[in-house]
Design a protein around this ligand. Structure first.
Ligand SMILES: C[S@@+](CC[C@H](N)C(=O)[O-])C[C@H]1O[C@@H](n2cnc3c(N)ncnc32)[C@H](O)[C@@H]1O
Length: 190
C-alpha cells in the first residue's frame, strides 16, 4: 500500500500523515518521501514502538476523527493501512481527511471487501466495505476517485482475505487526469 501511496504523492518531499500508524509498518516505507511524517494512533503502546523506529517527525495519541477535526489543509498525502476496518461508517474519517489535505493531495487506504452491503461487521470483529460505498463516501466528501482496486490483503485461516485499496484525490493543483475529469463534469468551471 505504501508503494501505491507514493506513486500518487503530488510532490516529494511531502507532508504525510499516517492514520492508525500502529508500530509504524507503513511509516517506514513512506518515510523516505516525507518532509513531515505525522503518525496518530489511539494506543500509546503502539506509539512507543512507532517512536522507536525513528522515522516520524511527530506522533499523537488520539482518536483519528478527533485528530482530523483540528487539521486544515496541512498534508499532501494521508495513508490509512488496515485501520479503517475498525470503522463502519467511513464518512466522518473521509471528510476529515479531505479537510486535512491540500489541493491535489491524496488519501490512500485499505479496507476488507464486502459484496453487497455498504458495510458489514464480520465475525473477525472487523468491518467490510463495498466498492460502491467507498465511491459514494468519496464523492460526498469532495474527493475524486483515482482508483479502487481489489487485492488479496493476506491469508487468514487458510483463506485469502480480499480487500480494496482506494486512492482518492482532492481536486485542484496540477493537471492530472483526475482534475480534467472534474473540470469536464463541471462544464469547465473547476
Ligand atoms: C491493524 S493496526 C494497523 C497498523 C498500521 N497502520 C499497519 O499497517 O501496520 C490498526 C491500528 O489502528 C489503531 N486504531 C484503531 N482504531 C483507531 C481510532 N479510532 N483512532 C486511532 N487509532 C485507531 C490501533 O490502535 C492499531 O494500532
Amino acid at each position: 500500500m505504501a508503494r501505491l501511496a507514493l506513486d500518487h504523492a503530488v510532490a516529494v518531499p511531502a507532508d504525510i500523515l499516517d492514520l492508525g500508524c500502529g508500530t509504524g509498518l507503513c511509516g517506514v516505507h513512506v518515510h523516505p518521501a516525507a518532509r513531515r511524517l505525522a503518525g496518530v494512533d489511539i494506543s500509546s503502546g503502539m506509539l512507543e514502538k512507532a517512536r522507536a523506529r525513528g522515522v516520524y517527525t511527530e506522533l499523537a495519541c488520539a482518536e483519528i476523527v478527533e485528530y482530523l477535526r483540528e487539521r486544515d489543509a496541512e498534508f499532501d498525502l494521508i495513508v490509512a493501512s488496515d485501520v479503517l476496518v475498525y470503522f463502519g461508517d467511513l464518512a466522518p474519517v473521509v471528510a476529515g481527511a479531505r479537510r486535512a489535505l491540500r489541493g491535489g493531495g491524496c488519501l490512500v487506504y485499505s479496507v476488507e471487501a464486502a459484496d453487497g452491503a455498504d458495510w458489514e461487521l464480520a465475525g473477525t470483529r472487523r468491518y467490510r466495505h463495498s466498492k460502491a460505498y467507498l465511491e459514494t463516501v468519496a464523492a460526498a466528501a469532495g474527493f475524486v476517485v483515482a482508483t479502487i482496486d481489489a487485492q488479496v490483503l493476506r491469508r487468514d485461516a487458510d483463506a485469502d482475505v480480499l480487500g480494496l485499496l482506494a486512492v482518492l484525490r482532492v481536486p485542484g493543483l496540477g493537471t492530472s487526469s483526475d482534475d480534467r475529469e472534474v473540470a469536464a463534469r463541471d462544464g469547465g468551471r473547476a
